[in-house]
Design a protein around this ligand. Structure first.
Ligand SMILES: Cc1ncc(C[n+]2csc(CCOP(=O)(O)OP(=O)(O)O)c2C)c(N)n1
Length: 579
């Protein structure tokens, strides 16, 4: 069965043809022509999610897990505005989403019709190209000739040609730049009519996009050769959010060895197995207060920084590197490169760089990396001792929690203190993620649910209370596997604001920053079919974690209540203990 509206038929066929077979659908009438075509076609995996904000983050999570583009489909009006937070996250995290919104014909916009807004280009600058498809001229021609006779100057075949070209361009752009793109498609009524035979011929253009890596420019080659033969003695590698292939990990290992580089990783770098400083702030925070701090920081400062992956969580390392005069920065990889330290020279494909660097002559400071790895390893005894004896708090909970995560789980962290505490402890988890593109608190649960729904990996979400309560529609979703686990660290508000220097001096801090509350996750959990447990001490947490990851018939949520007035002191004491 197909929609009788030609452009709905063509768009559905195009999705299939270009291999975009996962579609997250939010209900509505205007998008019914597409819903009926997709629902009737078993080659699509279609998911129904009512809340468009959650739907878009769900799609994001699926795109992450499946490493392929996911389509979103919604109706007209404010519906598509709810996609915006996830589109911004996908844009900055470079995750491909194919956003489709159904619209009224142009002559019915801004004339007082219901559920109608100006949809064209509504996502402005936080998305790849937006295409406004052309309206069919063979569907309800009577209405078209009455309201917009000019449209009939063009024949249907040129409408179809234009639409197919726009679809192909959108797909190409999405793949090439790994960003979301938007197709806005106008439909005249009737919307629900279907036909058994294809209403028009589907003849799509093939999609071409640049897959081959960009070669090294002669200018960069010269710069690298000069730099490494003379001044560049210390190389620091900083890895942001990254989901590397085994080959990419090997490339990283090679570069670390070749350059004698100091490797700084984060939880979300997913680069285990290579000696690194994997809790950056556990090194930097105590250095700031150390009696030999200035000298040590000088010793740490690199000449060259290579960044890999996406955005970096640690503010301290960014601030530190921004202070370095004459720093030279290269991004290695195909991600968009950010000039975070005002020192970016070029962005080089990782493989191209590895091939090139075999030939590079170096003048490295042999002890640079080893000194810092030894220094850092020297802190591990203090770190373990502090964690063992720490009073019950956010810090202690993260310590207990992270050491309990089995190696067959993938973890999603919410923003904000969750992902920061996660940095302090080494987990066995298979992979770790966080929406750091925009660092929003509004879609972490939906993203984790989307990731889990793929069924390829068992998934755990570790969330703060505000983030969890914010995105509670995420659990209104029928694709949650029973292996899905959520831990909410409930410190009664935005605990991050207590850690931020000076934030507490703000008038009515508790009302407007911390946003203190007495709410908990129990009703939401039970209402959505989760088994619920809570813990308010280390012993209770140990009990709660016992068997938490064992197979079960229902997904589970464990809520940890921590003392908001003590959390910050424990964290400061931790840093002090490392001096
Ligand atoms: C959509 C959005 N709104 C506001 C913020 C600012 N913000 C950052 S962290 C935070 C509080 C997070 O609280 P919670 O989820 O309880 O985590 P905690 O810091 O307590 O661990 C807020 C409001 C944001 N990042 N995103």
């Amino acid at each position: 069965m197909y929609s009788a509206i030609p452009s709905a038929f063509l768009l559905t066929q195009a999705l299939k043809f270009y291999g975009i077979n996962q579609v997250v659908i939010s209900p509505g009438s205007r998008n019914a022509p597409l819903i009926l075509s997709i629902a009737a076609d078993s080659s699509f995996q279609a998911f129904s999610v009512v809340d468009e904000r959650s739907a878009a983050f769900f799609a994001l999570g699926r795109a992450m897990a499946s490493q392929s583009a996911v389509a979103l489909l919604c109706t007209s009006g404010s519906a598509l505005l709810n996609y915006y937070p996830a589109i911004a996250e996908a844009y900055y995290s470079q995750i491909p989403l194919f956003v489709i919104s159904a619209d009224r014909p142009s002559y019915k916009i801004d004339i007082g019709d219901g559920q109608t807004i100006r949809q064209a280009d509504v996502f402005a600058s936080l998305i790849g190209p937006s295409f406004n498809l052309k309206q069919d001229v063979v569907h309800n021609t009577k209405e078209v000739s009455r309201f917009a006779p000019d449209l009939l100057q063009v024949d249907q075949s040129s409408v179809e040609f234009a639409n197919l070209s726009m679809m192909a361009k959108a797909v190409a752009h999405m793949h090439e730049h790994r960003i979301p793109v938007h197709l806005n498609i106008p439909f005249e009524e009737p919307l629900y009519e279907s036909v058994l035979e294809p209403p028009v011929l589907f003849d799509p253009p093939s999609v071409k996009y640049e897959e081959a890596p960009k070669p090294l420019s002669a200018e960069t080659e010269q710069l690298l050769a000069d730099l490494f033969a003379t001044t560049a003695k210390r190389v620091l590698i900083l890895v942001g959010v990254w989901d590397p292939s085994p080959t990419e990990l090997e490339y990283l290992r090679f570069i670390v060895d070749k350059f004698g580089a100091l490797l700084l990783t984060e939880t979300t770098s997913n680069s285990k197995g290579i000696a690194s400083i994997d809790a950056i702030d556990s090194l930097l925070a105590p250095l700031e207060q150390h009696v030999l701090g200035t000298e040590l920081i000088e010793r740490l400062m690199p000449d060259v920084v290579f960044t890999l992956g996406g955005l970096v969580v640690s503010k301290k390392i960014k601030a530190l590197l921004r202070k370095k005069q004459g720093l030279v920065h290269f991004h290695l990889g195909r991600e968009r490169a950010w000039d975070t330290f005002s020192a970016l020279r070029d962005s080089i494909d990782l493989e191209v760089f590895v091939q090139y660097s075999y030939r590079l002559k170096l003048n490295k400071e042999e002890v640079y990396s080893q000194f810092w790895i030894n220094y850092y390893q020297g802190l591990s005894g203090k770190r373990e001792a502090f964690a063992l004896n720490a009073p019950f708090s956010d810090f202690k909970s993260f310590n207990q929690l992270i050491s309990a995560i089995p190696e067959n789980y993938v973890v999603h962290f919410s923003n904000s203190s969750a992902i920061r505490y996660a940095q302090f402890f080494i987990s066995r988890a298979k992979k770790q993620f966080c929406n750091r593109g925009t660092s929003g608190i509004e879609g972490s649960t939906s993203t984790a649910v989307g990731y889990a729904s793929c069924g390829t990996e068992k998934t755990l979400l570790i969330s703060g209370d505000l983030s969890f309560l914010y995105d509670n529609n995420a659990l209104w979703n029928s694709h949650i596997p029973s292996s899905f686990r959520i831990v909410v660290v409930n410190n009664g508000g935005g605990g991050i604001f207590r850690i931020l220097p000076k934030a507490k001096k703000t008038p009515r801090f508790e009302d407007f920053l911390e946003t203190k509350h007495q709410r908990n996750a129990e009703a939401i959990a039970r209402d959505n079919g989760f088994e619920y447990r809570s813990a308010a001490s280390s012993d209770e947490l140990a009990d709660g974690l016992d068997g938490f990851f064992k197979a079960s018939d229902q997904p589970k949520l464990l809520e940890i209540f921590t003392p908001s007035d003590q959390n910050e002191q424990v964290l400061f004491d931790y840093f002090k203990s490392l001096l």
